[in-house]
Design a binder for this molecule. Structure first.
Ligand code: SF4
Ligand code: SF4
Length: 331
């Protein structure tokens, strides 16, 4: 079982071909008000078991793949799929990271959950105020008590089970206006602060009116080396929630049904000139086909994809640039 720290996981996520996100289910019993993927208790989940197992087997056999991050929805709401994926990937020697709310620790932790944790290297446990409100009626994490461990809430029970199973624990909280992280629910936990995402239900809570900036003000896209495979065969070029849930240009999504299809989808994303330029130079690499000022790094990426899809000359120009490399992309 390979345990990854947050820094190690971040480094792998930025290494081409090293990681994939497995979006295991749209279902989640928690119902946070800020959910960026709109997950609900009755949300869709795995229906075609043979397809799902083919996808997991394909990931287990993918050359160069070092780690799979299992997300959703709530992975533990899809018991059969999570158990299969964790066992299969663990047997293949792939590091497994699981993102969870810890809802399964509302009362005594079930034995099957402990079995999954024992094969998992790293657990990201979300413990912000929205999760606490949905799980514990607004009670915040108890923090570390005099005995060294927190008692009495879902996050603390989940954290104890994760650490007892031998996983590395990363507690993920939302960056708030006050900026100060809440107390960690376990002394062994590492802390990671994440920005609020204006996607799904979060779009209503965190409306974004970012300043519009020139192309050169944005860094290369950091999410490009974490393509996402959904339980139903949808594969996206990056782990952007909006793209996964149907937003943005079609070029960022493909449908696959087996290992050959998955390898081909990942190869096509790696060869896509817009994505190559976005990864090497950022939006400034697209300046032969898009211009102006933008509120996010994704806007010029989507515009360039749409332009390339309808204009063969623009596509040819992007291909030339991607082959040559842009000044910003050269060492
Ligand atoms: S944020 Fe996570 S725990 Fe909350 S509803 Fe969405 S998937 Fe469930
Ligand atoms: S810039 Fe493009 S590749 Fe990067 S996250 Fe946005 S849509 Fe995905």
């Amino acid at each position: 079982m390979r345990r990854l720290t947050h820094a190690e996981a971040t480094r792998l996520r930025r290494t081409p071909g090293a990681t994939v996100a497995l979006f295991l289910t749209d279902r989640c019993p928690v119902g946070c008000a800020h959910c960026s993927v709109d997950s609900l208790p009755g949300g869709p989940t795995i229906r075609d078991w043979d397809l799902f197992t083919r996808l997991v087997d394909a990931l287990a056999e993918l050359p160069g793949l070092q780690a799979v991050a299992i997300t959703g929805g709530e992975p533990f709401a899809e018991r059969r799929g999570l158990t299969y994926a964790v066992r299969r990937l663990h047997a293949a020697g792939t590091a497994v990271l699981v993102f969870t709310s810890g809802f399964w620790a509302r009362s005594a932790v079930p034995a099957w959950v402990r079995g999954v944790l024992e094969l998992t290297g790293t657990v990201y446990l979300s413990t912000d105020a929205f999760h606490a409100a949905a799980l514990d009626g607004g009670r915040a994490a108890a923090g570390v008590g005099p005995g060294g461990e927190a008692e009495g809430d879902t996050a603390a029970r989940a954290a104890r089970a994760v650490v007892a199973a031998g996983c590395h624990l990363v507690v993920q909280t939302l960056a708030g206006p006050e900026g100060a992280p809440p107390p960690l629910p376990h002394p062994a936990a590492e802390h990671s602060l994440v920005p609020p995402l204006p996607a799904g239900r979060g779009a209503r809570l965190f409306p974004r009116r970012p300043p519009r900036r020139p192309l050169g003000a944005f860094a290369p896209c950091a999410l490009l080396h974490a393509p996402t495979v959904r339980y139903d065969g949808l594969v996206t070029a990056c782990c952007n929630e909006t793209v996964l849930t149907g937003g943005g240009p079609a070029a960022l999504r493909r449908r696959v049904s087996d290992a050959a299809g998955l390898r081909e989808a990942l190869r096509a994303f790696r060869a896509d000139p817009v994505l190559r330029l976005m990864g090497a130079a950022g939006p400034v690499g697209l300046s032969t086909v898009v211009e102006g000022r933008y509120g996010s790094v994704c806007e010029p990426c989507w515009l360039a994809q749409r332009r390339a899809a309808r204009d063969p000359e623009a596509l040819a120009s992007l291909r030339r640039l991607a082959t040559l490399g842009t000044p910003a992309a050269r060492p």
